[in-house]
Design a protein around this ligand. Structure first.
Ligand SMILES: NC(=O)C1=CN([C@@H]2O[C@H](COP(=O)(O)OP(=O)(O)OC[C@H]3O[C@@H](n4cnc5c(N)ncnc54)[C@H](OP(=O)(O)O)[C@@H]3O)[C@@H](O)[C@H]2O)C=CC1
Ligand SMILES: O=C(O)CCC(=O)C(=O)O
Length: 476
């Protein structure tokens, strides 16, 4: 059994969860400890005890540690990428890319650790000086999803450690292996005990205990809207800081003047790569009438030509869906789109060489924005195609959603590109690019029902992982 890392020790558990590959259910990756409420207690206490010491380390020590993690991830990118592809199902190229991205995140925050700064401000009172500084929040709880099993832990953990916090982390039970490797790397690098604690297990047990724990000061969560909302209520009860990254129903507008190749590539990539299992996936393709016919023809041909299969086979472009329940949910949305009047192309379950959860990418043609299949996040390889008359209608439809994570436009018209960037009600806007696939060093997050609290990633991560102190001094 792979064990939890709590207070610097590897601790087993009474129960273990099987980690099986979604592309081959006979491939048992391993048994992973299923932690308990008591494990959360131990981890939170250990993190609390370790926090003052960790905050007192020099920025250079923390930077060196984060840089060493980056190097370890890079040195093992092939091995970790293969493990990640096996446990989550994204292709080997995507999984290796994600591992490298995790390393880049650690390297970025190694730099940030030595750049923590404040402000000296003139007081309005004579003889008084004012200084604004940043301090760690304390103990942070990180609850991470299955769709980016190493990058999301990395972009929560690296800033947490860089700014002097200690951590209790719970990865998704579907994909604990990548997070476990991260824990092994930190352990092998000799991180002081209690600074980083890994508690694997069920969200309803471990995650729930984390958000309720009095020794955990802040929670950073990525996952579904219902769980995120429930955590926010619980965090408010305990007066904890909280940051939520949740769903999306991200639009790409394709205008008549778009470069057809660029638009088709952006939509295929945004909608279907990583099996559509990205909160930034392009799930609503909003297409102007003049280009609609030729665009749909090219898009449908492209979607049907995508090679679905074993993520470890280098020719595969689309891996399996992550789990049977997610596949069943996707298939129900395919049926729903059909019964709502859309013309469905693809979307059926595929038989692979192995027993896995393979699904052909699905397009819901002739959809409108009122259909449930166009409004609810599916989180699979499914995209609605919605025809519109002009730019204004496209923008209105794009913004007509309870979400607001990422949005995109394909156009060669500078005025429309600029207008879209200005008036899109989303946290991230892409021009001639897929809505998914973001840089690691700039803020990530959305508006409306997609996100809550401060932004993740880049320098903006400091807003969540630090707290500001304003000090006044009278020099006499
Ligand atoms: N924004 C995003 O990137 C993601 C969005 N999603 C959306 O969520 C849907 C369902 O996916 P799912 O994995 O079930 O998402 P969840 O929100 O259930 O899971 C995300 C994380 O939260 C944990 N969790 C679950 N329940 C609780 C709880 N009561 N208290 C604290 N933590 C909890 C999970 O643990 P565990 O899984 O171990 O039980 C996991 O670590 C997807 O179809 C998709 O729409 C999913 C993943 C990522
Ligand atoms: O699009 C990306 O690069 C990141 C997506 C993401 O963070 C997510 O799906 O949770």
């Amino acid at each position: 059994m792979k064990k939890n890392l709590i207070a610097g020790e590897w601790l087993g558990a009474a129960e273990a969860a099987e980690n099986r590959s979604p592309s081959d259910t006979s491939d048992l990756i391993g048994l992973y400890a299923r932690g308990s409420v008591e494990d959360v207690d131990l981890a939170a206490e250990a993190a609390r005890a370790a926090q003052p010491g960790w905050a007192a380390t020099s920025p250079q020590q923390r930077a060196d540690l984060l840089e060493a993690v980056a190097q370890a991830l890079l040195a093992r990118a092939d091995e970790i990428g293969t493990l990640l592809a096996r446990e989550e199902g994204k292709t080997l190229a995507e999984a290796k890319g994600e591992t490298i991205r995790a390393a880049q995140v650690f390297r970025f925050f190694a730099g940030e650790a030595v750049r923590i700064s404040g402000e000296a401000v003139s007081s309005v009172r004579p003889g008084v000086s004012v200084e604004v500084t940043r301090e760690p929040v304390g103990v942070v709880g990180l609850i991470t999803p299955w769709n980016f099993p190493i990058a999301i832990p990395a972009w929560k953990l690296a800033p947490a450690l860089a700014y002097g916090n200690t951590v209790v982390m719970k990865p998704a039970e579907l994909t604990p292996a990548s997070a476990h490797v991260l824990a092994e790397i930190l352990y092998d690098l000799g991180l002081p005990k209690g600074v980083f604690n890994l508690v694997m297990g069920r969200g309803s047990v471990v995650g729930d205990a984390m958000v309720k724990h009095p020794q955990i000061d802040a929670i950073s969560f990525t996952g579904s809207v219902p769980v995120g909302r429930a955590l926010a209520v619980e965090a408010a009860r305990g007066m904890k800081k909280i940051q939520l990254e949740m769903g999306g129903k991200n639009p790409i507008v394709v205008l008549d003047d778009a470069d057809l190749d660029v638009a088709v590539d952006a939509c295929l990539n945004g909608a279907f790569f990583s099996t559509g299992q990205r909160c930034t996936a392009s799930s609503r393709l909003i297409v102007q009438a003049g280009i609609h016919g030729v665009f749909v023809e090219r898009l449908a041909a492209g979607a049907q030509a995508l090679r679905v299969g074993d993520p470890l086979d280098p020719v595969t472009q689309i891996g399996p869906v992550v789990s049977e329940s997610q596949l069943n949910s996707n298939l129900a949305y395919v049926e729903m789109a059909c019964s709502e009047g859309a013309e469905v192309v693809g979307g059926e379950r595929l038989k692979g060489a192995t027993e896995g959860y393979f699904q052909r990418p699905a397009l819901f043609l002739g959809a409108n924005n009122d259909m449930r299949s166009s409004r609810e996040e599916i989180f699979g390889p499914c995209a609605s195609v919605i025809k519109v008359g002009d730019f204004e209608e496209a923008l209105t439809v794009a913004n007509d959603t309870e979400f607001g994570l990422s949005s995109g436009i394909c156009t060669n018209n500078l005025k429309h590109a600029r207008e879209f960037r200005r008036r899109s009600a989303s946290g991230m806007v892409m021009v001639n690019l897929p809505t998914a696939g973001v840089d690691y060093h700039v803020p990530f997050g959305g508006r409306k029902g997609s996100s809550y609290g401060q932004r993740e990633q880049g320098r903006y991560a400091a807003e969540f992982y630090t707290t500001v102190k304003t000090a006044y001094e009278f020099a006499g």
